[in-house]
Design a protein. Structure first.
Length: 462
């Protein structure tokens, strides 16, 4: 990034130099043209003035040139002097051309003598007079059998832009230096600011999830550092939850495995008689069921988190479907002294994946039964409309503290922090429910009051 800033600064400086030189050339050309036009205008104005005063003077063939010259010189000299004073010209000279002969009409003739005889009007020529560069132009006034040539010159530069050009070049140079200095300083400053973020990133990549980027300032880099630290904290929390999850799952796996191994060794040693065989088979069956359920839940949760999950929606009578699921828990609920109260009065047909929806219903009903005390009830409600299916399950359990609501769907959180009345299941049911609901494009909400039970509400689009 710092390299890009430095390169960008150099490019901007180069562009500034190019643009400055282009402006310099354009301004120089414009000023030159303007100065030339001003010199031409002065020459034309002087020529028009002289031409107006000498309109009646002509040099007739055969007349004495000296006689006519006096008349012309008197008028022209006076006009030239007045034009020089009024116009502010440094040099205003004139000459009368009769054939091949030239007659001086002004006191000085240095400029006229320096100009070529064929110099055209609206042409500027640079000549040297007494070692000084002078810019001059001419205006020709035709007369009968003769011609008056007026020369106007100025020793000041034709382009009065030296100071402007010097200031422009100085400005460009200072601008380039400032831009370069700013770019280098910014690159260094940003590099120093990013070094902390880079160092923390490398530590995170190496496995140190406690690394944090320094927070200094209130700019975009600070915002990026804050976002990075939030990510690092989430990664650290996720790593901690995964460690807890693995420890808990390991414990849950070890319990049925220990039971299975104990009975297997007892059977192998002949310690189980015929009367105890039925009991041993029952225990082994329950342990394998628990082990199988835990493995299946782990695999399903892994597929959900990896988004390896498919849906096969079809038209389903959701009321009858949920009633069938509730019936499967009827015998068990009766044995536990729990009543399942089902309301399907607002149900209908919806286009959903029945298997995934069944997993949602089963997990929520099982979770409610784990925390509902004897003689309590589990309320199940289903409702449909043209756009969604709403499903809710309420228990009569101890409820959930308000500060724990946001973590209800974390893996094993509820099982570890709220002692169930019946410690059955894998503890992954709520995490699985949330994953399936989100995969189906729905939402799930929790409403709980400590000591007054909990309600889980699911809404799934059809």
């Amino acid at each position: 990034m710092t390299r890009r800033i430095a390169i960008g600064t150099v490019v901007i400086a180069a562009v500034m130099v190019v643009v400055g030189l282009a402006v310099f050339a354009y301004v120089g050309r414009a000023v030159r043209e303007q100065a030339q036009e001003e010199l031409f205008r002065q020459a034309e104005a002087t020529g028009a003035l002289i031409e107006a005063e000498l309109e009646e003077i002509e040099i007739a063939p055969g007349a004495r040139v000296e006689t006519q010259l006096r008349r012309v010189r008197t008028e022209v000299a006076r006009t030239l002097d007045r034009a020089r004073v009024v116009g502010g010209h440094e040099m205003v000279e004139g000459a009368l051309l009769v054939g091949e002969r030239s007659f001086q009409l002004s006191l000085h003739q240095d400029l006229m003598d320096s100009l070529p005889s064929d110099l055209s009007e609206r042409e500027v020529l640079s000549v040297e007079i007494d070692g000084t560069e002078t810019f001059a132009t001419v205006q020709r006034i035709p007369l009968a059998n003769s011609e008056i040539v007026i020369a106007i010159g100025r020793t000041a530069p034709l382009l009065p832009t030296q100071e402007f050009n010097r200031a422009l070049l100085l400005t460009i140079a200072v601008g380039v230096v400032l831009i370069a200095a700013f770019g280098v300083s910014m690159a260094g400053w940003i590099g120093r600011r990013l070094s902390g973020l880079e160092s923390a990133s490398r530590r995170i990549a190496e496995g140190d999830l406690t690394a944090r980027a320094p927070i200094d300032g209130d700019d975009e880099i600070t915002e990026a550092s804050v976002a990075f630290n939030d990510m690092a904290e989430e990664l650290e929390a996720t790593r901690f939850r995964e460690r807890e999850f693995l420890l808990s799952v390991g414990h849950d796996l070890r319990t049925p495995l220990t039971t299975i191994r104990g009975y297997a060794e007892a059977l192998d040693d002949g310690l189980v008689n015929v009367d105890e065989a039925s009991r041993a088979a029952e225990v082994l069956h329950a342990s394998t069921d628990r082990l199988s359920r835990l493995v299946e839940d782990i695999m399903l949760l892994a597929r959900l988190e990896a988004h390896e999950f498919t849906l096969q929606p079809e038209d389903v009578d959701v009321g009858g479907y949920v009633a069938g699921i509730a019936d499967t828990y009827g015998v068990r609920a009766d044995s536990l002294g729990i009543e399942i109260d089902l309301d399907v009065s607002r149900s209908g047909v919806a286009n959903i994946d029945p298997d995934r929806f069944g997993q949602i219903c089963s997990n929520l009903i099982e979770n409610a039964m784990r925390y509902t005390p004897e003689h309590g009830s589990v309320d199940v409600s289903i409702a449909c409309n043209a756009e969604t299916v709403q499903f809710s399950v309420s228990d009569a359990g101890p409820g959930i503290d308000p500060e724990d609501i946001d973590r209800v769907f974390d893996r094993l959180f509820v099982a570890q922090h709220y002692r169930p009345i019946r410690p059955e299941g894998s503890g992954l049911g709520l995490a699985i429910v949330q994953g399936i609901v989100e995969a189906m494009g729905g939402t799930i909400a929790v409403d709980s009051t400590p000591g007054a039970g909990t309600t889980f509400s699911v809404e799934i689009p059809t």
